[in-house]
Write a protein that binds this ligand. Structure first.
Ligand code: ADP
Ligand code: MG
Length: 402
């Protein structure tokens, strides 16, 4: 993987808490920086994810932030103990950068491998052969398992995408899911509830992430993203077409064109198409309630003989990076109330918990290794669906709206 050498916090070469030596910066976004480090006693690699609060954290606010951070870290630890496909959290703490900034950090198991988005890009460049639906399901099976574990414990991810999946270099190239949203908990500052702020990636986002009037987010939101990932990998096309947030939002919410394999010209069996259509329904209440039933139905549908074959695997291109949402306390809309699956009023734990968004979206212009985006052009033309609720990506858009 291409590693950037820039280190905005100047931590490379320093020791953290007397236990870890920071070796290299791996990646950064506006809200966090991931380093590779070495445990000084065990001589094992770990990943250290340092969270950059949106604004300097006053000393008296730190305890509250750390307490919340510890709760989230404990939850992640517990989750990863129950499912080997979830990246383990190993330690937690805070550090002061050479410039004097206080920041919390999380120590994670070091995942030695390639993130799926990088792998897909490499495959495209090398003209790798096609992936069948069965191959895609095999590759994503651990991820479905990870999400199933999380959903079983009331935790949602809400940012399922290739960039949050790593294929380990060792063994059977098992895939692992990471980035369970603690960044969003820290990034919102100490004065606001964790559940008011979260992030998502427009290219893999469900309608309710773009617009709260579609309902609450929950496990069904992860179902949608996982289904999009399947469709993209068997089709070699971006399932949600568009370059800008507005266009992607329209594609996600368009009742007349769902991003199923057949809509993208890919021949799959009736059952596969039906299962994916349901997983990609606009209304959250029409989707599978969580990933387990979705995956069970999809894997059995895929074992049925399909007429024809899938098209050659081409590749996913990089998508716009995570979006930081600022949610005014979401007064739940009448539409959201009483929606199916007994979801109304159900509380999901605040790891990447998404309530709703109706005021604004600002794009974090961040991901360090973001590949060129597709040509604009489709952007504002059909903004009617989401008019007024989406801010278009661009250098003048603030990272977070006040
Ligand atoms: N445990 C880990 N081991 C190795 N690399 C990691 C690990 N966690 C994150 N990374 C790398 O850092 C990048 C950003 O991490 P991520 O947790 O997704 O941050 P963000 O919340 O900013 O999206 C990932 O794409 C991956 O390349
Ligand atoms: Mg991420």
């Amino acid at each position: 993987m291409q590693r950037t050498k820039l280190d905005p916090l100047d931590l490379v070469g320093t020791h953290v808490d007397g236990k870890y030596q920071i070796d290299a910066m791996i990646d950064q976004t506006n809200h966090s920086i991931v380093y590779r480090a070495t445990h000084l006693i065990w001589k094992r690699h770990v990943a250290i994810k340092v969270f950059r609060p949106a604004s300097p954290v006053e000393a008296e606010e730190r305890d509250a932030m750390i307490a919340r951070f510890v709760r989230e870290g404990a939850l992640l630890t517990e989750l990863s103990e129950t499912c080997s496909a979830i990246c383990q959290a190993r330690d937690i703490g805070s550090l002061t950068t050479p410039a004097g900034a206080w920041m919390p950090y999380l120590v994670l198991e070091w995942l030695d491998g390639e993130s799926l988005d990088v792998l897909l890009a490499q495959e495209r460049e090398s003209g790798a052969p096609a992936r069948t639906l069965q191959e895609v399901l095999r590759l994503l099976d651990p991820i479905a398992d990870a999400l199933g574990c999380a959903h079983g414990r009331g935790v949602v991810h809400c940012d399922v995408k290739p960039g949050n999946i790593i294929l380990l270099r060792t063994g059977a190239r098992q895939s692992k899911l990471f980035d369970f949203g603690i960044a969003k908990v820290v990034g919102d500052g100490p004065s606001r509830s964790a559940i008011l702020d979260h992030g998502f990636t427009p290219g893999f986002a469900a309608p309710e992430q773009f617009d709260s009037s579609y309902g609450e987010t929950g496990p069904w939101t992860d179902v949608f993203a996982l289904a999009l990932l399947v469709v993209e990998m068997v089709s070699g096309q971006e399932a949600l077409q568009g370059r800008e947030v507005v266009t992607l939002g329209q594609a996600s919410c368009d009742r007349h064109r769902r991003p199923t394999p057949r809509a993208l010209g890919i021949h799959v069996g009736d059952e596969v198409e039906r299962v994916l259509s349901r997983a990609l329904a606009v209304d959250p209440g029409r989707r599978f309630a969580d990933v387990r039933p979705f995956w069970n139905e999809l894997t059995s549908a895929a074992s049925l003989p399909a007429k024809g074959t899938t098209t050659p695997f081409v590749l996913l291109s990089a998508r716009p990076g995570p979006v930081a949402l600022l949610v005014a306390q979401p007064a739940r809309s009448p539409r959201a109330r009483g929606r199916g699956h007994g979801r109304a009023g159900r509380k999901w734990l605040p790891v990447a918990l998404v309530s709703a968004m109706s005021l604004a979206i600002a794009l974090i212009p961040t991901h360090h290794r973001a590949a060129p985006r597709r040509a604009a052009g489709q952007q504002a033309a059909r903004a009617s669906v989401l008019a007024g609720s989406l801010a278009v990506d661009g250098p003048t858009v603030p990272e977070r709206l006040p």
